[in-house]
Design a protein around this ligand. Structure first.
Ligand code: ADP
Ligand code: MG
Length: 267
């Protein structure tokens, strides 16, 4: 049964998409069967993996709204070692259209259910809002949410609103919803500010922050324009090593055993 994690933070540009793609690719590298769901109408995860979002006719929108089975819409990329349900700008319409549907908060969970036994991990990349699409992402997060936080000024801003939303979903819809972990992204150890932010976030989310911190990296910023995950674009970079390390941390926390030969690999 797939472990499902949802990447959420209503702030844009904090590293949700980058983290979802990089973790998906390294989970694949470590032998896990991975499905990445692009739940953002901006479709950044889709384009960052080299898929033209304007060409997507069968993606998240069609599966959510059309009662179509998810299977045929999933694209598998053996080189990236992951599968993706791509998004397209059409998904913006779902925000409005979902409101009229019964079970509007559970649509994604329902359509994902048939795929759950075909993957080890399903990662969901949310839009930068606390909209109905994001609520669908939260309702599907069976093993919890992962919150990327940028190590910048005002990093904590908005996190109160996010945790309130999570609590509201816990209270009214999904009591088992948990925070699986917080990822510190775009860390620049040369600045006092970044060090302070790390300490503040660790205080704000005691025991929830992943040990592995993701550095600010030009390679991570470049990879999307080449349509490649960092595991392939720059496997020897510090950024790739950090995401590989974060993936190991996630797997270890999940009790998933990685064979020694993979662990010792350079990546
Ligand atoms: P979100 O999905 O939260 O909006 P993204 O993952 O798209 O955020 O990241 C925002 C921008 O920052 C993108 O252009 C991305 O390539 C870049 N980026 C993400 N992580 C890093 C990093 N660690 N170092 C440098 N640039 C990064
Ligand atoms: Mg994004």
């Amino acid at each position: 049964m797939a472990k499902i994690y949802t990447f959420v933070n209503q702030k844009g540009g904090v590293g949700k998409t980058t983290s979802a793609i990089s973790l998906a690719a390294f989970l694949g590298y470590f032998g896990q069967k991975v499905l990445l769901i692009d739940l953002d109408p901006q479709a950044n995860a889709t384009s960052s993996l080299g898929i033209d979002k304007r060409s997507v006719r069968n993606g998240t929108y069609e599966v959510l709204m059309g009662n179509q089975p998810i299977g045929p819409h999933i694209l598998h990329n053996p080189r990236f070692r992951l599968s993706i349900l791509p998004s397209s700008p059409a998904l913006a319409g779902a925000e409005v259209e979902l409101i009229q549907l019964p079970n509007r908060e559970r649509r994604l969970l329902e359509v994902l259910t048939p795929a759950m036994d075909r993957y080890d991990y399903i990662l969901i990349d949310c839009p930068p809002s606390l909209s109905l699409l994001t609520i669908n992402g939260l309702m599907a997060a069976r093993q919890g949410v992962i919150i990327p936080v940028q190590c910048e000024y005002l990093a904590l801003e908005g996190l109160g609103q996010l945790t309130q939303t999570i609590q509201r979903v816990q209270t009214s819809l999904f009591p088992e919803l948990t925070i699986r972990g917080v990822i510190l992204t775009m860390y620049d150890g040369r600045t006092r500010l970044a060090i302070d932010v790390v300490n503040e976030v660790r205080k704000y989310f005691p025991d929830k922050v992943f040990q592995t911190v993701i550095p600010r990296s030009i390679r991570l910023a470049e990879a999307p324009s080449y349509g490649l995950p960092i595991s392939i674009f720059a496997p020897d970079s510090t950024a790739a090593r950090s995401y590989a390390q974060l993936t190991r941390e996630l797997l270890a926390g999940d009790g998933v055993f990685i064979p020694e030969f993979v662990k010792q690999d350079q990546v």
